[in-house]
Write a protein that binds this ligand. Structure first.
Ligand SMILES: Nc1nc2c(c(=O)[nH]1)N[C@H]1C(S)=C(S)[C@@H](COP(=O)(O)O)O[C@H]1N2
Ligand SMILES: [Mo]
Length: 502
């Protein structure tokens, strides 16, 4: 198939160094690229830079090469994905998956996150097989050659595009984007009071390099009508058929201004980390909406419809909303809270997590030397995380952490990815602290609340992330500090919050 994605070859030069995070961090084997003068990408890797990339954007070849090296390194460290016995007898039995992913919603549908320490080990770019997955139902079986994306509704020229057309007839944009499920850290909410969602830990967050057609370019080709003519929303519809609302497709929508805003970098993506999408992440094509919650990024994209009303999909209303704390499932239905436009979640909120020490890590006190606390932070809407602070005295005093942003801001000054913080502390300080807590701030001076604010869907939990410390005796005559995270994902027990309240 001439001109298709499969024939494109990577063609670029290695120039710049690696981001500082990768040099300074002490994650045991971070992806420290081994820069060599020539590129060698294995045959099955179809990374390419097409003729549009340099004119279209600010994602320079240098940056791309750094990312490529990270991708290569991460891939090399991973065990092969497999047909998992846990998928036997389900509609997903044909999909190969990484065995270490923690399954959160029982067997099926597949909702899973990587072990937190493993996720962090890879640093800025997450290997595809470890990227968290949120599927509401079975993964559609798709073929590149047969797939089409229809653009219709309030457009002058409704059209249907094949995958090869999307690749060859449009400009493309490639950039790293952090995806976060709005349910990230939900298990903490479930400990306080059961929500209607399953137990995400703190690893429903991952970063890949995504490539696709700017949504704006696609809509312009089809001639979107003006607002005066009622073109207010852009709806996205997936191919997955789901039980919700008596059988419906996964779908949602965003405002047309968002869809057309070049600074938002919204793409119709057909590549992740330099290869075609995997089935779990939307093969062959999905939405990527940087700075938004993952729930708006429709996978297995079939239709883009310009409308006056917001999406009518069941999932646009019954999912990805933050309702006030007093609203339980019953009240939500009787008082129609699902349909109140102000409860929708679009952009992510500010959040940060302590990832080092890990849960149940023991720090022996035999050789007291400084210890480095570490973690991740992100915010939404392209806002830069500007400050991360740690308290060891319940919030009376805060210490400033070192922050590393491995991405370069876009030409509009946006940050679409997570960043990493670290803080060196004395072991004696840890010994006298009962708890270590972290909070982040973004460029608009938003920060995280001290206490958890429960909501019925358990979404956007971003209270201070607290790790408890306890003195322990790892060996006879030895003394150490044992660390406890608030929860462990899924049905795993452990964590200072105890077990979920049913
Ligand atoms: N078609 C479709 N798109 C979907 C979903 C889905 O179930 N079906 N899940 C959404 C949710 S809730 C999230 S968090 C992201 C997760 O993307 P990922 O699985 O690639 O990490 O996909 C979104 N897009
Ligand atoms: Mo999600």
């Amino acid at each position: 198939m001439p001109g298709s994605i499969r024939d494109k070859k990577l063609n670029s030069h290695l120039e710049r160094g690696i981001p500082p995070l990768l040099r300074t961090s002490s994650y045991t084997s971070l992806p420290i690229p081994n820069l060599s003068p020539t590129h060698n990408i294995s045959n099955n890797t179809s990374i390419f830079l097409d003729k549009y990339s340099s004119s279209e954007d600010d994602d320079s070849d240098d940056d791309k090469n750094e990312y490529l090296q990270m991708i290569k390194k991460g891939k090399a460290e991973l065990e092969p994905s497999i047909h998992d016995t846990r998928d036997e007898g389900t509609a997903d039995n044909w999909i190969e998956r990484n065995f270490s992913l923690i399954r959160l919603a029982g067997k099926h549908p597949f909702n899973s996150e990587p072990p937190l320490a493993r996720l962090m080990h890879h640093g800025f770019i997450t290997p595809v097989p470890l990227h968290y997955v949120c599927n509401h139902g079975p993964v559609p079986k798709a073929s590149w050659d047969d797939w089409t994306v229809e653009v219709t509704g309030l457009v002058k020229r409704p059209m249907r595009f094949t995958m090869d057309q999307l690749v060859n007839e449009f400009p493309s944009r490639e950039l790293p984007v952090t995806l976060v499920c709005a349910g990230n850290r939900r298990k903490e909410q479930n400990m306080v009071k059961q929500t209607i969602g399953f137990n995400w830990g703190a690893a429903a967050v991952s970063t890949n390099v995504w490539r696709g057609v700017p949504l704006r370019a696609l809509l312009k080709r089809c001639g979107v009508y003006r607002k005066k003519k009622g073109a207010l929303n852009v709806c996205f519809e997936g191919a997955d058929v789901l039980p919700g609302g008596g059988g419906s497709k996964y779908g949602t929508s965003i405002k047309k201004e968002f869809a057309m805003d070049p600074s938002r970098d919204i793409i119709v993506a057909y590549m992740q980390n330099g290869e075609m999408l995997t089935p779990d992440h939307g093969f062959p094509v999905r939405m990527i909406i940087p700075g938004f919650i993952g729930g708006r990024m429709v996978k297995w994209l079939k239709r883009i419809v310009v409308t006056t009303q917001e999406s009518q999909s069941y999932y646009h209303y019954k999912d990805n909303r933050v309702l006030p704390a007093h609203v339980d499932a019953e009240l939500a239905n009787t008082e129609g809270w699902w349909y109140k436009p102000e409860c929708i979640i679009n952009e992510l909120n500010i959040n940060s997590v302590i990832t080092m020490p890990c849960h149940r890590d023991i720090l022996p006190l035999t050789t007291p030397r400084p210890y480095t606390l570490r973690g991740y932070a992100y915010s939404g809407g392209g806002k830069k995380v500007t400050r991360v602070e740690v308290t060891m005295d319940g919030g009376d005093t805060w210490r400033l952490c070192t922050l590393v942003h491995p991405e370069r801001p876009t030409k509009y000054g946006k940050y679409w990815c997570w960043c990493f913080w670290s803080l060196e502390v004395e072991v004696l300080d840890l010994l006298s602290a009962k708890e270590i807590a972290v909070r982040a701030w973004d460029v608009t001076q938003n920060t995280q609340p001290e206490n958890l604010v429960w909501n019925v869907m358990g979404m956007m939990n971003n209270c201070w992330f607290r790790v408890k410390t306890n003195v322990c005796k790892p060996h006879k005559g030895e003394i150490g500090i044992v660390f406890e995270h608030p929860t462990q994902p899924g049905d795993q027990t452990g964590g200072w919050m105890g077990n979920p309240r049913g």
